[in-house]
Ligand binder design. Structure first.
Ligand code: WTA
Length: 652
């Protein structure tokens, strides 16, 4: 039996330091780590002072594990920091959003205009009876009104709960009920994959359930036929447009709840992660400025996440707007009307910083290099990745094909729960390794530990934990304090366990190895799915891979891999290809990790935010009926995969 908590199989020796020019100009300079180490709380206080406070705090941190409060006694308004401040300081003409609808309609929204829109909407919410502390559910397509709605809620102190527009009526209802929302903001519909989809019918259906919702505020986006309840439904344009453009924002306590955001989790009822104001804003603004090296006067920042996810909250709405950045917001899918849409928009708006997810990067690899190569991407100067481990080969592809070997890549590790980026290279400082999130940001304490909470040595794997409270940390699970303590603080005493496995390489850089629930146990070796997947993706014909452990009479678990091939690449067929791939894994990381079975598939089951759902693949690999797949982006995929596996033959 191996003693390792998690094996370290993959070795990566390539490193990519920033260019001298990039390093010289970068917002973060090397002393920042020492500065934060010297006095962590003083460091965070300095970052908090970058915001506009209406009253100062009297204490930086109150830590009664597992409950933290930051900047106690401070008073602040989130929307004032995102908008009024820029307009008051003469930056009102700067573009906040270049919006591009999927059908090609565009809007250019300056900070001054966005502020007027938010003030009017805040007045409309007040007219609809919403007061500080009331919860508002937002169920919208990716259009500017989604950001306006969030900021208007923040302006009047009403915590928003954004529910991703792709979720069902049932999912919406459970979230409305859990947060006890009294208002829903939605749209008639939005545009996706070349046609209009409806949103309002899902709201109508959800509200057949028992709720305290009194009004539904509806943006007209598509103009499609929309059923209407005259007592309950209000058109956005009818109520917002007639409001006064004046609105004086109140200040709220630093610990006033800013928003609730539900994480689906893999099995249980979604958790209502809630965040408060002062600490959250401090860390999102700081990380946005340092990790993305934002130069607000000249950069065009594009985070492709939907506002329905934490990435959209922190790096489309709050972080970039506080920093006065100019952004691109795109409504639709990356393949509509063609597979080069994202690249076309990078060229059109001169995007300088692109932040996206490994799932999209691997999809681009699968589609082929001709799509990015058809567009001028020379405006790009920095690239980012979030949401899943990025396999070294996907990192290299991003570096070569999108970044033209010129752009640093920041692989940012964080969670809905952490609120802001925690582990990431700093682009002007770090010599990055493809596939590693490298080290905790200044002011953040993360460690990799074994089952006894003992830090592992370099070259070993274990559990990723956070050892000190951080400003943007979740303050709890809405209405469920015990579940909060149990979910995050019970594995190790007073230490936050994030659910992820990680390893330290020989230099102490951190490599994320996926969720520990996904770890496979093969003949007593605890092997991470990420490492086997990365080994597969490092084969030139593989674009994407998902690996699971299926029970095996001989070895405890056997490795079963599902692989997507890159288009337009010549490759062996059938068993010969499978054999090549198995041998490739053995060569890259060792015979112990050689998959028992490999299945070539066209698609993988993913959540709507793009994470692979290995749980469903495990069901297939163990010949069980596939479990709850309601959070799947495309429900047909599992059927195709199960049929495929039944026809495939098992290797030795
Ligand atoms: C995973 C997204 C490896 C991880 C911001 C985490 C990552 C979960 C990375 C949170 C990364 C996120 N490398 N894994 N750079 N970033 N993850 O709540 O498993 O949607 O726990 O937040 O995504 O997902 P969430």
């Amino acid at each position: 039996m191996s003693e390792e908590t998690l094996e370290n199989l993959l070795t990566e020796t390539r490193t990519f330091p920033p260019s001298l020019e990039f390093a010289a100009e970068s917002n973060a300079q090397p002393f920042i780590y020492a500065e934060a180490n010297k006095d962590r709380l003083a460091f965070w206080e300095r970052q908090a002072r970058e915001l506009q406070w209406d009253a100062p705090w009297s204490q930086v941190l109150d830590w009664q594990p597992p409950f933290a409060k930051w900047f106690i006694g401070g008073k602040i308004n989130a929307s004032v920091n995102a908008l009024d401040r820029h307009v008051n300081e003469g930056r009102g003409d700067r573009v906040a959003f270049h919006f591009e609808g999927e059908p090609g309609d565009t809007r250019t929204i300056t900070y001054a205009q966005l502020l007027i829109d938010v003030k009017k909407t805040a007045n409309a919410l007040t007219e609809l009876g919403i007061k500080s502390g009331d919860r508002v559910a937002i169920y919208m397509p990716m259009i500017p009104e989604a950001a306006v709605a969030m900021l208007a809620c923040a302006r009047i102190g009403a915590p928003h709960s954004v529910v991703f527009g792709g979720f069902s009526a049932e999912a919406l209802l459970s979230r409305i009920q859990d947060a006890d929302a009294t208002l829903v903001i939605t749209a008639d519909g939005g545009f996706r994959k070349g046609s209009a989809f409806a949103l309002k019918p899902a709201v109508d259906e959800a509200l057949l359930g028992t709720t305290h919702v009194k009004k539904v505020l509806v943006v007209k986006r598509t103009g499609q036929e929309t059923a209407w309840d005259n007592d309950r439904d209000v058109w956005w344009h009818e109520i917002v447009e007639r409001q006064s453009p004046e609105h004086i924002a109140q200040s709220f306590d630093s610990e006033h709840p800013l928003f609730i955001l539900y994480t689906s989790g893999t099995t249980a009822k979604p958790k209502g992660i809630f965040h408060t104001t002062g600490g959250y804003l401090t860390q999102v603004a700081f990380t946005h400025k340092m990790v993305f090296d934002i130069k607000a006067e000249s950069d065009v920042f594009w985070c492709t996440a939907d506002v329905g996810w934490i990435t959209g909250h922190s790096y489309v709405v709050y972080g970039p707007l506080i920093n006065g950045a100019t952004q691109v917001m795109y409504e639709g899918t990356p393949d509509t009307p063609h597979k080069g849409r994202i690249f076309e928009l990078v060229a059109k708006y001169g995007v300088t910083i692109l932040y996206t997810a490994p799932t999209l990067i691997r999809t681009w690899m699968k589609w082929g290099d001709e799509f990015p190569q058809a567009h001028d991407l020379s405006s790009l100067r920095l690239l980012g990745s979030v949401g899943e481990p990025i396999n070294p080969e996907a990192w290299m592809w991003y570096h070569r094909i999108i970044g033209a070997e010129r752009c640093p890549i920041v692989d940012t590790w964080w969670q809905t729960e952490t609120g802001a980026i925690m582990i990431s290279p700093l682009p002007g400082i770090t010599a990055s390794k493809p596939g590693s999130a490298m080290r905790p940001l200044p002011g953040i304490s993360a460690k990799v530990v074994d089952d006894n909470a003992k830090p592992v040595e370099h070259g070993h794997g274990g559990y990723l934990i956070l050892t000190e409270p951080w400003p943007a940390m979740l303050r709890g699970i809405w209405g469920e304090p015990e579940r909060y303590a149990e979910s995050y603080w019970s594995k190790f005493e007073n230490l936050y366990f994030a659910g992820d496995g990680a390893k330290l390489d020989d230099d102490g850089a951190i490599w994320l190895l996926g969720r520990v629930d996904d770890v496979m146990n093969v003949s007593g070796h605890r092997i991470s799915t990420t490492e086997v997947e990365s080994a597969l993706v490092s084969h030139e014909v593989v674009a994407e891979a998902a690996v699971v452990g299926a029970s095996d009479a001989m070895t405890g678990q056997g490795i079963v891999a599902f692989v997507i091939l890159r288009s337009g690449m010549a490759h062996a067929e059938g068993n010969e290809l499978i054999q090549q791939l198995r041998n490739h894994v053995a060569k890259e990381i060792g015979a112990i990790a050689k998959p028992r079975q490999i299945l070539i598939v066209a698609e993988l089951p993913k959540t709507r935010s793009g994470k692979i759902m290995r749980r469903l693949l495990r069901d297939v690999a163990e010949n069980r009926a596939v479990g709850d797949s309601t959070t799947l982006a495309d429900p047909n995929i599992m059927k195709l995969i199960s049929e495929g596996l039944q026809n495939a033959t098992s290797e030795d």
